[in-house]
Write a protein that binds this ligand. Structure first.
Ligand code: TYD
Ligand code: MG
Length: 456
């Protein structure tokens, strides 16, 4: 074990380095995340490593570089391809993060299945499960027709040799926290191991033009154990979210060098693996109550796709001096702000009321366009007056109580119409720019005072 000046303190959450122990990390503001580890040896930068990117010393004209859009490999899982920006780019490094047990291994094994069906060569390296266990999972997913190569290994030197020998098109590493490099003396999953391992995998990916999927487990509070360090090294970061107890899972693009971010893919966990959900709005609105106060449907844009969600509010008299407020699935501070706006601009007395806001279905929505729906749900619950259940609302609410325009209003209205809604309450500015759409009533509002005059 290294001692003294070979040791350094790392933040387990973001990889911040410090010569001495700190209670709170200056990088990510997490508490008690510092651990002492040996310094990482400088192997990642060594020359003549197998698979190392050859560095062109001559500059090249941009017009001389040939690219081909067909180069992207489609996984044939539509939801994943869209989040990736239209398929997997060869030579890219893709991090798939998520809570343990959310379905990362299942998704990637399904990707392997689709790709081997397309006659691509795929190497699945697991450091967590035995060959038999992987086979058992594969059996649940379906028949594997192509050749999928499996390897149970955690030593990166061996993995590197195998990749160099087999030269697959795609490699899956499950998970990065189990991989280790012998020259780094700290344990697998530690900051220096994870950093070193990712560095090596990146060189392999770029050098040989192999797309590598890396699985990373999120431990506490949405941080991949150790490897927030990983996020800036890889090309694409996808997070798998969702309540473990609910059936659906959301794959969210957080970073993408080859496509847009904030795109989401929706899946449902079935007994035969993950199934794509083609129409998430329908799925999210399942079980919506009828004739209940404090409930309205909002339309939020996730990437390029409008999704309808139910916003619920429960406002009741507070038995304590300080009222309780909670927000599930949306920003707590935003809810507080909106309540202050309602109090000041609509004159409702909320200061002695508890308020609980919930985005039904467990999905997280932070787009300001759901402001209007939150305001309407709060007002509806406060007044105990249900809103017509065929109504949706969207719009951003400002501090003066004005309802501001939002982007892509037409797509949102069309999505609502598709699901059988008959009335749409939206910002006046957006409504004015909208062509009339048959079969749905458009109500433009300029301020939140206007919603008081609506019929609910
Ligand atoms: P898994 O992919 O092992 O999670 P991760 O790799 O992210 O840790 O997912 C395991 C969960 O998925 C487990 O709770 C069982 C469930 N599951 C199904 O419901 N159906 C299936 O067909 C499979 C393979 C798993
Ligand atoms: Mg797994």
């Amino acid at each position: 074990m290294a001692k003294g000046k070979d040791m350094i303190f790392f933040c387990q959450s973001c990889g911040f380095e410090s010569a001495k122990w700190l209670g709170q990390c200056p990088g990510c503001r997490e508490w008690n995340t510092f651990v002492e580890e040996p310094k990482a040896p400088k192997t990642a930068g060594k020359k003549n490593m197998p698979g190392r990117m050859s560095v062109a010393s001559e500059p090249t004209r941009i017009s001389d570089i040939e690219t081909n859009d067909d180069e992207r490999i489609l996984t044939e899982i539509g939801e994943l391809d869209r989040v990736l920006g239209g398929g997997v780019v060869p030579g890219s490094l893709i991090l798939v993060g998520g809570d343990p047990g959310i379905g990362k291994s299942t998704l990637l094994l399904q990707v392997c299945k689709r790709l081997t069906d397309k006659k691509k060569s795929v190497l699945y390296i697991s450091g967590e499960e035995s060959l038999k266990q992987i086979k058992l999972r594969a059996k649940r997913i379906g028949e594997f027709s192509g050749d999928l190569l499996l390897l149970c290994e955690t030593n990166l030197d061996t993995i590197e040799d195998v990749i160099n020998k087999t030269k697959p098109d795609i490699v899956v590493i499950d998970s990065i926290q189990t991989m280790y490099k012998e020259t780094v003396s700290s344990a697998p999953g530690s900051v220096s191991q994870v950093r070193e391992s990712t560095g090596i995998l990146m060189q392999i990916a770029k050098g040989l033009g192999i797309a590598i999927f890396i699985v990373g487990h999120v431990t506490k509070e949405g941080v991949v154990a150790g490897p927030r360090v990983l996020e800036h090294m890889v090309d694409t970061v996808l997070y798998f979210e969702g309540d473990r107890h609910a059936a659906y899972r959301i794959l969210r693009g957080v970073k993408n060098r080859f496509g847009s971010t904030n795109e989401i893919g929706v899946f449902e966990m079935r007994d035969k693996g993950l199934e794509e959900v083609a129409n998430p709005s329908e799925f999210m609105l399942n079980g919506k109550p009828e004739g209940a106060s404090g409930s309205i449907v909002a339309c939020s844009l996730e990437g390029t796709r409008p999704i309808l969600v139910e916003v619920q509010a429960l406002v009741c008299h507070s038995s304590f001096g300080i009222p309780r407020r909670t927000a599930v699935g949306t920003d707590f501070n935003r809810v507080n702000l909106l309540m202050a706006v309602i109090e000041k601009r609509m004159g409702l007395q909320l200061s002695n009321s508890d308020a609980y806001i919930n985005i039904a279905g467990g999905i997280k929505m932070t787009e300001p366009a759901i402001d209007l729906a939150i305001v309407m749900a709060i007002v509806s619950s406060y007044k105990e007056r249900p809103i017509d259940e065929k109504t949706i609302a969207f719009g951003e609410v400002g501090l003066s109580g004005e309802v501001r325009a939002v982007s892509m209003a037409e797509q949102r209205v069309l999505e609502a119409k598709k699901l059988g809604f008959t009335t749409c309450i939206l910002p006046e500015a957006s409504a004015a720019a909208l062509k009339s759409i048959k079969g749905i009533k458009i109500l433009g509002v300029s301020g939140i005072r206007d919603i008081g005059t609506l019929s609910f």
